[in-house]
Design a protein around this ligand. Structure first.
Ligand code: CDP
Ligand code: CDP
Length: 206
């Protein structure tokens, strides 16, 4: 039976961490949809027109190093504003969402556009300062040289572009459970997410 969990939110809110843990808890498959846009963004930086890149994306494009680099994050959010790029990626995401055995998808528009019928929707967020601090720590840990002020500026810039674009802007679905992780550690955030999904699925069965 298909059961779809949609997890949306801004950059470095903890969507990926929560999605992996929720998927492991329920034995579901997980798709980080940001990787699709990152892969298209990386190909654009290599000189491939973004619409063509999205239309010919393969599993191989989703691997390799560099997908998390700051310049790829910015390129991803630029290509993500192009309607034809988004349209080319819809079928793959919807097929993944409907797979037997359950699926968790995380991104920006899963609960609003890709899976408006999802069984449970979460909107994971945190203050820009907390999110930038998390991303800064991650970048430092992977050996990237940067500074906090710059990461904060890039985070705000990307949030702004993602939330103001005309096609599938970042926003919480009206029926999403909002989880603010600003003051939560990973364990508490995961527990809140699992509890929210259990409440929703209990209601769905009732
Ligand atoms: O997927 P998204 O960009 O929303 O965030 P992430 O990659 O899951 O998380 C960004 C960083 O924040 C990771 O290093 C997490 O360990 C950390 N973090 C978190 O995800 N949740 C918390 N409640 C606290 C920290
Ligand atoms: O991990 P982080 O939250 O920093 O970013 P991501 O989830 O990997 O997404 C990278 C970029 O892809 C975002 O800034 C969005 O512009 C775009 N994206 C989107 O438009 N729709 C999605 N479902 C997922 C990502």
């Amino acid at each position: 039976m298909a059961f779809t969990i949609a997890i949306d939110g801004p950059a470095a809110a903890g969507k990926g961490t929560i999605s992996r843990a929720v998927a492991a808890h329920f034995g579901f498959a997980h798709l980080d949809t940001g990787l699709l846009y990152r892969a298209v963004g990386r190909r654009m930086l290599e000189g491939v027109p973004p619409i063509a890149a999205a239309q010919t994306l393969t599993a191989q494009d989703l691997g390799g190093s560099g997908l998390r680099a700051p310049e790829v994050s910015q390129a991803a959010s630029r290509v993500a504003a192009i309607p034809e790029v988004r349209a080319a990626l819809v079928d793959f995401q919807r097929a993944f969402a409907r797979r037997d055995g359950g699926a968790v998808l995380d991104g920006r528009d899963i609960g609003t556009v890709i899976c408006p019928e999802a069984d449970a929707k979460l909107f994971v967020t945190a203050s820009p300062e907390v999110r930038a601090r998390r991303r800064f720590d991650e970048l430092c840990a992977t050996g990237v040289t940067t500074d906090y002020a710059r990461v904060l500026e890039e985070t705000r810039e990307r949030d702004d572009r993602d939330a103001t674009r005309a096609d599938a802007p970042l926003r919480a679905a009206p029926d999403a459970v909002v989880i603010d992780t600003s003051a939560l550690d990973v364990e508490a955030a995961v527990a809140a997410a699992i509890a929210a999904v259990e409440t929703r699925s209990g209601r769905a069965r009732a």
